[in-house]
Design a protein around this ligand. Structure first.
Ligand code: FE2
Length: 312
């Protein structure tokens, strides 16, 4: 029972999935989510837009001066790690450090005394609008929000390396370049663009409104939850299971694909419970972003609110 309300991706019970348990779970999460965000989306047109479409874009997010500060800090940090790039198994440079230490995902807590990237903290991560948006979009009633939700933030520079044919798009190297959904519960991801992003350097792709509980999405989820390899995980034949991946053609059955082509200093939020994929890269093109990933269990939020009412 506990699993139904947890942030685990899958329910590994083939019989119950046949009866639609995973779909029921999706519906329950959505109801709980709508309940905890109801007031916020009425008050805030941006959050309302986010919930309806699964994304929201803010242009020219920082002032020119603030942007220059963040940009400077970003490239300083890049220089620091550039001398020792690590190439991951997908063939991407994963150059960047997370807030304090290399490759640390910050969960639950961000050290406000961190002085390594003060501009990013000051201008971006503690930006009022950003914090407020995430808090409202997740339905999180506590400040500061990152103490209550699973929260990660990192600089990310992606370079597509293709020593072979220079003329073709390289798509297959990362499984995130194929469409998928991250979770059955709403996830708020924020992308802040440090460089201009076009269709040549990894413009994020999304199927608008695929975060909603529509008949098409329910059918998709039902099929996914009855995949054969789900049983294999249950039996211990396979250790882990990744989200189901879809080709562009398959994806178009669920709606048209939006490419997030925007200039630097754009911030956009996406709910990655909807169908999304990393964009295409031409060889040696780079993409520089600050990436934030926030998740908050709406059932935990409901419990917290109830407890605080009882306590007061
Ligand atoms: Fe994803």
């Amino acid at each position: 029972m506990h699993q139904i309300f947890s942030l685990d991706k899958f329910i590994l019970n083939p019989v119950m999935n046949r009866f639609g348990l995973q779909v029921l779970r999706k519906v329950l999460f959505k109801l709980a989510y709508n309940l905890v965000t109801y007031r916020y989306s009425n008050d805030d047109p941006d959050v309302k837009d986010f919930k309806a479409k699964g994304y929201h874009v803010i242009h020219d997010f920082l002032s020119e001066e603030e942007f220059r500060d963040v940009e400077r800090e970003y490239y300083q940090a890049l220089e620091e790690v550039n001398s020792k790039p690590k190439i991951d198994h997908l063939g991407h440079y994963q150059l960047f450090e997370v807030l304090k230490d290399r490759n640390i995902n910050v969960h639950h807590k961000v050290d406000i005394n961190d002085d390594k990237y003060p501009r990013v903290f000051k201008c971006l991560l503690y930006h009022n609008r950003l914090q407020e948006f995430i808090k409202r979009a997740l339905g999180c009633s506590y400040q500061p929000f990152f103490k209550q939700v699973t929260y990660k933030a990192k600089f990310e520079r992606t370079v597509q390396i293709n020593p072979g044919d220079q003329s073709k798009y390289v798509l297959k190297q990362s499984s995130n370049a194929q469409f998928h959904s991250d979770a059955v519960y709403p996830v708020v991801k924020a992308y802040f663009l440090i460089s201009d992003v076009t269709k040549d350097n990894g413009a994020f792709r999304y199927v608008p409104s695929s975060n909603l509980v529509s008949l098409k999405q329910i059918v998709r989820m039902y099929r996914e939850s009855n995949r054969k390899d789900l049983d294999d995980v249950k039996k211990g034949v396979r250790k882990e299971l990744d989200a189901q991946r879809y080709s562009d053609n398959e994806t178009e059955r669920y709606g048209s694909i939006k490419h997030f082509v925007y200039p630097k200093n754009t911030l956009f939020f996406v709910d990655t419970s909807g169908m999304h994929a990393r964009g295409y890269f031409l060889p040696n093109k780079t993409r520089e972003i600050v990436y934030i990933d926030c998740r908050h269990n709406p059932f935990v939020e409901m419990r917290n609110r109830l407890l605080s009412k009882v306590g007061s």
